[in-house]
Design a protein around this ligand. Sequence first.
Ligand code: WQD
Length: 342
Amino acid sequence: MEKYILVTGGAGYIGSHTVVSLVENGYTPILLDDFRNANRIVVDGLTQILGQQPIIVEVDVCDEKGLKEVFERFNFVGVIHFAAYKAVGESVGEPLKYYQNNLMGLINVLSNMVAFNVKNLVFSSSCTVYGEPKGIKEVTEETPKNFPSSPYGFTKWIGEQIIEDTFKAYPSLNLMNLRYFNPVGAHKSTAIGEFPIGKPNNLMPYITQTAIGKLEKLTVFGNDYPTVDGTCIRDYIHVVDLAFAHVKALSFLEKNEGCFETINIGTGKGSSVLEIINAFESETGQKLNWAFGLRREGDVTEIFANATKAKNVLGWESKLTIKDAVIDAWNWEKKLAEQNEK
Ligand code: WQD
């Protein structure tokens, strides 16, 4: 019997890697995306890796009628909900777009799960819900959430609350928040990877686009933080490890009746901006044009996961390293450049 999993935002960076991991582990992902924030070339990449095109439903996750028809069409074992806007800076200028899409999309998914008795949900949350964790660097799931510094962060913060309140009202559901740290890297095949639309916001695509010549110079946002080398520290997790964490989460939920869990998905180690730059240059042999600049508003000095719960509850831990991530990210960037030259 097909184990159908609805993957909303399945053409996105983490979504597409999760589609691969689901197929590799015996599930049948239904890739829901309206491609407003994803490149259709992802479908070719997934077809190359999987040997066949995944089932795609081109639906806006906020479209009540459209999503209801998807739930009528497939008998889902579970849902992994990625579909959301995710640019921190953009959300400050366009809060209504973020609140409307990110919250209404989640509410639409949950309403259909209740209506169609689909029990298992994995929600794409983020370490951003910890905000600036008041001097705490290594955060556990019990570390108090602080108000995030952006509307994007608030959509994750409120999203978790919506899920918790839904669980209280429907305690037979199995609902899980996965709080991602900083996803980096790409699939080894270079068939899929991160497609930043426009100028990248995040460090790794900024590094690879600078190295390939698409961008002139990387600015390191601040070198006067109270850290080992003055630059901010984050927990950079390879996207392939992150994808597999969703499979482990689903497998856990399938074995339970009535559970609500929140789990950090990170490596458990912090790396500074300079350490990432140095790893990139030493692993790829590419010299990077960078310079220190001013701090970026809203940046947290240092945050990384305590990843114990993921290991104990899900039996998951990260396996790939920063070296793997910089090599895979660079190979992906070179692949994109080759494709653009064709
Ligand atoms: C990482 C570090 C920057 C770019 C955000 C979201 C989080 C998640 C991941 C979605 C910081 C520094 C960056 C540059 C730099 N997204 N940097 N120069 O801000 O930790 O997290 O993306 O869920 O929710 O908040 O990631 O990659 O933007 O920054 O120096 O050009 O790299 O200052 O210290 P961030 P990031």
